[in-house]
Design a protein around this ligand. Sequence first.
Ligand SMILES: [Zn+2]
Ligand SMILES: [Zn+2]
Length: 260
Amino acid sequence: MLIDTHCHLDFAEFEAERDDIIARAHAAGVKQMVTISTRVRRLETLLAIAEKYPSVFCSVGTHPNNAGEELEIQTDDLVRLANSHEKIVAIGEAGLDYFYDTQTPADQKTGLLRHIAAARQTGLPLVIHSRSADEDMAEVLKAESGKGSFPFILHCFSSGAELARVGVELGGYVSFSGILTFPKSEDIREIAKTVPLDRLLVETDAPFLAPKRWRGKRNEPSYVVNTAEFLAEVHGLSYAEMAEITTENAFRCFSKMPRL
Ligand SMILES: [Zn+2]
Ligand SMILES: [Zn+2]
């Protein structure tokens, strides 16, 4: 089996056929998935999906590209919400995204620090979104881990080798998406090779970034199989071995998520 550790099932793209998408995921062996929050104010929508489907869990947090819209959300709010429901198994996604400049770096960092504090207090993993921000992210992770460790995931990894190294050194997980399968992603595959087996996760980030076999199509959780196949090849393992490794890692990392 596999776990899609990062998808966005609340997005409008999935509205009309969510039942089918989840059925296809199960048929492909993707037995559990985590739908990731991009706005705290949409939490009710996420929870409604997680309550409807036993195999779907969710997070709570504000995406860096929305950071300025939810600056009123404090660490205490994130902690209270995270503890309010058994299906909330992670904090985030939060982080730094300097590729899109819709939100100021200062607002993004304010949000990120609150999410880190919430992860530290709850023990739930922080789902980190980092894009074109390697140096600042590495600096924040080192400084904040020094104040007290917190579990985290570098999600949809597309950064440089140094950020991966820092993340692993600080005890984090590195999650690979369909980007790993793209012909031009030789550098990402090289980095994936350096990540210890017990820190690897797979995700789709659906509806974005469909892996090679379905490139250009809308992504969905069942497609995470293709990313796991590539990751197995990178590490010289069989698909079954990599599926088992990433699934065990997911249950260790998302420690609040039960095995169904
Ligand atoms: Zn992201
Ligand atoms: Zn995402």
